[in-house]
Design a binder for this molecule. Structure first.
Ligand code: CA
Length: 187
């Protein structure tokens, strides 16, 4: 019975485990090789983030190149039928003693979808996100630089990019993510 209890505890821990970063730069990512310490979330949302050097739904909705031109891979997600969300979540940040910053390049293929930068706390929480910035509306059909200040946070949390779509042809892409924070706390 004691062993059975241990197995149950282990499985529960495993299913809720989120890797923890030790340096802010682990979340700085250009997506050239992989998603670094960012994870495509499944089950909670409806769409998935992928990596590609160009993507097109139709002549009006395309991301024809990365920030540094064709061949420069970025992360992107497309809409689907009806209201669709796609989350890209960081590994857990143990805590942030002072203000931090997330900077990134954004390309939104049309006006309707939005990209939010959110806090998920505690890590892997199933509930609603607490979003600190939202990028929507008019677009430049080009890569644009964006940044968000992340407030001090005394407990472990994740940063989540949440894309929200209403149109299956829309695309949102991000690249050159940089996360800076003066001090993380060791847990
Ligand atoms: Ca997903």
């Amino acid at each position: 019975m004691a062993n059975f209890g241990k197995v149950v505890v282990f499985v529960v821990l495993l299913s809720n485990a989120v890797a923890e970063i030790s340096r802010p730069s682990q979340l700085s990512c250009d997506f050239s090789d992989d998603f670094c310490d960012w994870r495509n979330v499944v089950a909670i949302d409806q769409q998935d983030w992928f990596r590609e050097e160009r993507v097109a739904s139709d002549p009006f909705n395309s991301i024809p190149r990365g920030v540094n031109g064709l061949g420069d891979v970025f992360a992107y997600v497309r809409g689907g039928q009806g209201l669709q969300e796609a989350w890209l979540a960081s590994d857990a940040i143990p805590c942030q003693r002072s203000q931090g910053m997330v900077a990134f390049a954004l390309w939104k293929s049309s006006i309707s979808p939005s990209l939010e930068v959110c806090i998920r706390q505690p890590p892997n929480a199933a509930g609603t996100l607490s979003c600190i910035a939202r990028f929507d509306g008019h677009v430049a059909t080009e890569w644009v630089a964006r940044f968000v200040i992340t407030p001090p946070n005394p407990k472990p949390f994740q940063i989540v990019f949440r894309a929200t779509f209403f149109n299956p042809f829309d695309i949102i892409a991000i690249d050159k993510v940089v996360y800076e924070a003066a001090q993380l706390c060791s847990s």
